[in-house]
Design a protein around this ligand. Structure first.
Ligand code: HEM
Length: 505
């Protein structure tokens, strides 16, 4: 197994410098090994040329309808910690991994110029499709670019989007957004203190107002009760959601679009264009309000415009895409888990009401919901060389998917893994719950390394601020069965939303 062979190297360089570790591992090539089992020997469903293993997932197939945590776990039960999927209708070959050491090995080795697969149809729209309409295309953004173009883009935006002191500047305005949303929720409750109609869209509205404020440096006014159903704000919310759903169909599943323009593909091109037009509308609004703003008041757009106009526009647009459903579903998961665990909710309220500047339990509550009900199931990298993974050869150009959600729900990694225990993130060494005893590559809600989520710090600040205001204002209860989670490109928590929001006296 690769981890045995390379372990001495890991230990040698693990002294402390992650950078050295990454470079040292990535420069290592797999030597020919007679004992190494071939790609074809990696366990997985049986396969046919061109359509790969598709038959298994079709009606009557042995794996038909498997989805979510149970579906992925079933695959691991059937085939072991590494599962092979051959190329299916042009979709790249893939392995699914639930061995944290192997995940660490690949993620670190691929950390110099990481390639994250996915969103190919969006990439197609932003390059080929736009070129066919006469546009000149250079960079397309962090979600879709790879290689040097991605690296240059990322180096430009990192200081503006990841520096804690820069992010802190948004704390006040994000708190205003949170308080306005609480007012809206109070006004929208019915006589049973419930918000049953479109609760998911309400959370998206909060997320759009929050990320819009940071991205553009101005309030979008999404909470205006007179906002028409066909307003750009509501259209954008619907569009972002549809975008993730259609990308899931085209890019995360086998599809014929790689050969010819299927109806779904044509729909996707229109949707991507619509998203671009909508974001242009918001960027224009942000730019109009830029004049007379101090550096402190400028959003990401204003700050990046001083560095590179093209990067500024693309980044603002991608924030309005990547920062809405992600944050909204994480808050919904946290509310549900706190409602189901009233003693944790009471403990959190106590911390919030103490008005202390440090709120470690709040952070722990959100971290724990991202472990138990993460919005992103896993992460992925395309290999740029051959690997020895668990004794098997994983060649170059394979998509490796790291099953963080499933690993995080195993008692082997986190004691009482299916329980919501925020205390595990605060437990001291020696405590059986101490998170530091778990392999660090089991849990990875924001991805890893140079390519990890650029919106992480912004998302954390938004979610901390809003959850604190929610728990300060409401006793949150839930009745009835748990909500259903539907796995698309993201994990969506679906209604009915049986939350009850009682005022805190
Ligand atoms: C709870 C909220 C969020 C979660 C769980 C999340 C999760 C992730 C994950 C797992 C990745 C892939 C990282 C990797 O490949 O290693 C990612 C990438 C990304 N996220 Fe987030 N995200 C969240 C919020 C946001 C927000 C608010 C923004 C807006 C600024 C954002 C923008 C992005 C972008 C642009 C990338 C691509 C980065 C790159 O490839 O360089 N995300 N996110």
């Amino acid at each position: 197994m690769q981890t045995t062979r390379f372990k001495p190297l890991f230990n040698l360089v693990a002294i402390n410098k992650e950078f050295i570790r990454t470079v040292a591992v990535s420069s290592t090539a797999v030597k020919p090994d007679a004992n190494l089992k071939s790609w074809r020997e990696i366990p997985g469903p049986s396969s046919l040329p061109i359509i790969g293993q598709m038959l298994h997932f079709m009606p009557g197939g042995s794996l038909q309808g498997i989805e979510g945590v149970d579906g992925t776990m079933k695959l691991f039960d059937l085939y072991g910690p590494i599962v092979r999927f051959d190329s299916m209708l042009g979709k790249e070959p893939m392995v699914l991994l639930k061995d944290p050491e192997s995940c660490e090995y690949i993620l670190r080795s691929e950390n110099w110029m990481p390639i994250r697969p996915g969103f190919m149809s969006l990439k197609y729209y932003r390059t080929e499709y736009k070129r066919s309409k006469g546009h000149t295309v250079h960079a397309t953004g962090l979600v879709t670019d790879q290689g040097d173009v991605w690296k240059e883009f990322r180096s430009t935006v990192n200081p503006v989007m990841l520096q804690p002191k820069t992010i802190k500047l948004y704390a006040t305005v994000l708190d205003e957004v949170a308080q306005d949303m609480i007012k809206r929720m109070k006004a929208n409750r019915d006589e049973k203190n419930m918000i049953t109609k479109d609760f998911d869209k309400e959370m998206n509205l909060w997320a759009l107002e929050s990320i819009g404020t940071v991205a553009l440096g101005c309030r979008l006014n999404c909470f205006d009760p007179k906002l028409p159903a066909d307003s750009p704000e509501w259209q954008l919310i619907q569009c972002v959601h549809d975008l993730f759903v259609i990308a899931n169909e085209l890019d995360f599943k086998p599809s014929f679009w790689r050969w010819f323009a299927t109806p779904t593909f044509k729909k996707a091109m229109k949707l991507y264009e619509h998203h671009e037009d909508l974001t242009k509308h918001f960027i224009k609004k942000g730019k109009e309000q830029l004049k007379n703003k101090s550096d402190q008041e400028k959003g990401v757009l204003g700050k990046l415009l001083e560095i590179n106009e093209e990067v500024a526009h693309i980044m603002a647009s991608d924030m309005l895409f990547a920062g809405v459903d992600t944050a909204a579903n994480t808050v919904t998961a946290t509310l549900y888990l706190l409602a189901k665990n009233p003693e944790k909710q009471a403990k959190l309220r106590e911390e919030i009401m103490s008005n202390s500047e440090r709120r470690p339990y709040l952070r722990a509550c959100i971290k724990e919901s991202m472990r138990v009900m993460p919005v992103v199931s896993g992460n992925a990298r395309k290999t740029t060389k051959t690997y020895n993974i668990l004794g098997y050869e994983v060649p170059k150009d394979v998509d490796v998917v790291f099953a963080h959600r499933e690993m995080s729900l195993m008692d082997k990694h986190y004691p009482r893994a299916n329980e919501y225990i925020p205390e595990r993130w605060l437990a001291k060494k020696g405590d059986p719950l101490y998170y530091g005893d778990t392999h660090p590559f089991v849990y990875g809600p924001f991805g890893f390394g140079a390519r990890s989520c650029i919106g992480r710090r912004i998302a954390e600040l938004e979610m901390d601020t809003f959850v604190a205001r929610l728990i300060e204002n409401f006793q949150v209860d839930w009745f009835g069965p748990p909500p259903k989670t539907v796995q698309q490109a993201l994990n969506y928590i679906k209604g009915p939303y049986n939350f009850v929001f009682k005022d805190i006296k």
